[in-house]
Design a protein. Sequence first.
Length: 494
Amino acid sequence: MKTTVIPVKHPMDPDDLYIPGQALAQGAIVAFPTETVYGLGASAFLPEAVGEIFRLKGRPADNPLIVHLLSADWLNQVAETVPDLFWPLYEAFSPGPLTYIVPRRNEIPDIVTSGLHTVAVRFPAQQAARTLLQAAGVPVVAPSANLSGRPSPTRARHVLDDFAGRIPYVIDDGPCEVGLESTVLDLTTDPPRILRPGKITARQIREKTGIGVVSWTDTPYENQLVRPPSPGMKYRHYAPGAQVTIVLPGRGQSIEDAFLTRLEESRQPVGLFLSEASWALIRGSLPGIKVYTYEGESDLAGAMHYLFDALRTLDEMGVEEIMAEGFAGEEASAYMDRLTKAAVEPRDCHRVLFVCEGNTCRSPMAEAIFNDRFAKRGAHASSAGLSVIAGQATAEKASEALAEWGIAPVSRPSRQIRAEAVREADLIVAMTENQRARLKHFFPDAESKIFAMSDFLDGCGISDPFGQALYTYRRVRDQLGSAMQKIIDRLILI
Ligand code: TXA
Ligand code: MG
């Protein structure tokens, strides 16, 4: 599929985005800018188009979407009722970067809300987004336009990095003003609770409307630490390939000193994200280091605006660790939330067991690829087979296909799956759905952590390459490679 990039010309005419708007209304996927981040849009009333969004992003089905509306006149298409306090909030903050959770209407497809009784609605302020909504004439679901788990896109280029050739339209209106996603506010509880921090803070809401809201993290209801109220909050997010370290100055320490101290302890190669003024003070002592700066002195708005671009850009420069400037205080809660999620290490949940038939081809390849990518970050894979001839070496062509990627093969002989390995694993991934069914049958206690590769590969299983040509092994390797990011994301529930 060819992706057409549509640049926005200013000043805009009302019918500038007529073509992508009509395409959207008829079921096409259109990526568009908002004041927060770029969104991946589909008509909220076309379940197939919404399903395509989940497939494209690799998004777990239990993570509902935000419905974008032009104004409150559109509310009754998706919301059953709105509480009285919606109106002063709407008056004060909409259009803008605030999302409201309200009771849903039954008519919206279940896939939009992941079956919840509530729906998230937002009224974007950016002119291009509003012109597109007007042209589409329908409510539009739009998650951030990134592959699940990756940093959100704040430029059209980021959208293309993740989706070029996979969606028909990207509307390009340059960098997003805010740079972090909207504040998500649940209006179905008393007091209302912020489920995801954003630019609009509890203090601003109190100051402008007199309404007191709390953060869900301060008032977790029972069980919600296991299953947070906003399903998206439980996933590891915003993560570049490199490890992220947050640099916050200690008492009496300058941010520059804090960076220098961390740098002394670090492994190379490192990339820094900080203000130009801070960089100017330390650059003399750090020749050759990779750096992404934003204009000015330590400034929260600048850091928010550039964070996601910095994570992606430093990653592309090939650094292994990104040290990013941290900020203190309530205004910084959204920024620190994103940074903390990007910095999560696979510490608490970190063992994957890959399972195939003979443990000579598919599962040892998966083990080697996973460990190559994630072992240095503390996650570890092993593998076993369901019907193993003990003591076989890894297939030669499997090793050859891995060598082409510079990955060392598994050197130990094949082994049969054992109850102990199943118990110790945090996540078990079989190559086919049939193997998944057998694993669940043999190990019913482990059922909830048993998956199949098709859960991470848009429904495709991985068939046995045993005895086939190198070409087939390469295909298996490529399939395994593309599932790995989703597997690590699933492993790390926070
Ligand atoms: O700024 C934004 O909000 C961007 C732009 C494109 O509008 N969109 C965005 O969407 O960030 P997404 O899908 O990446 O994040 C939506 C968040 C998720 O954490 C999701 O779990 C939560 O909103 N959410 C959606 N519907 C919900 C509901 N009914 N109840 C609780 N949380 C909900
Ligand atoms: Mg997102």
